[in-house]
Design a protein around this ligand. Sequence first.
Ligand code: CUA
Length: 334
Amino acid sequence: MDESQHEVIARWERRWVVFGAVMLLCFLALIVFVLATEGAHIVHGGGRLTPAEISQVPLFSNPGATRLSTGEFQVGIVAQAFSFNPSAIDLPVGAHARFYLTSKDVLHGFMIEKTNVNVEVIPGELAYADYVFTRPGSYHVVCNEYCGINHQDMIGVINVLPVAQYRQKAAAGTAAGQAAPLQAVPGGAEAAAPPAGARPAAPAADGSKVYAASCASCHGPDGQGHPGAFPPLAGHAPALYRAGRGYPIDVVLYGLHGKISVQGKSYDNVMPGWAQLSDADLAAVANSIMHAWGNDSSLPSDYRPYTAQDFASARGRGLSAADVHAERARLGLP
Ligand code: CUA
């Protein structure tokens, strides 16, 4: 091979290297463009869940849409070969929905057509995605991860209805894919608590109702939470009180976002704040939690029940759920 041939080959090699680099930059630019314009975000895992545990978490043992007291919707969906449970879900237009997903068997996908919701549903993992349905219509749901022979049949639909129509169906009990209403603990949470003994009197009874309506879907009707997904309050709430009486107030008002460790298990999830509830309801539910499930036996002797005034004066500080996470760390809680 003479000198000029060498030169020709080297020139072509340089051209291909430049071409390859330009293509890489184009792909990178496309990703950046989509992230910036389409509101795409990486869905991170909300926790862990063994397939056997799925039947014990209310979110998945009783899957479907639940209207939270915030007016938002929490939607538990179990994916399994080859269906979604529930596969058809009615929601009102304007619904802020948070979808919680897990798989009973193999890897599935959960993609809602015409939206940016596209979640990998991994067995053993809890994933979530948020979406606000601003337009009525039928949104098809598909599994977009090959999961077996009938993968192509794994479909669902979300019907976003006019509000009046949704209300009518919900009231008649004919709305599709709604979770059964949460049951309060029989006899209320207080009935399950041991006698208060020398402790301050148990709080007003409606704290357990607030708990059943707003807290039980994540922390469990019995305060046991769920390992990896939502921390327990039974056997844990008094430790929060001891760390700082104001801390439980902030968590309930402003939420909590970040990695925490409770009784040796770690959690990385988002708890919404509940500032939309009244001060009286918040005080009642905080007291109910402190007294329920044997928690009252580990309250400190100087324990003072929460009052509506406690919550009223903690409002208006504009804390974020991440600020509360930092406060938690400052108090030395893991
Ligand atoms: Cu499930 Cu494909």
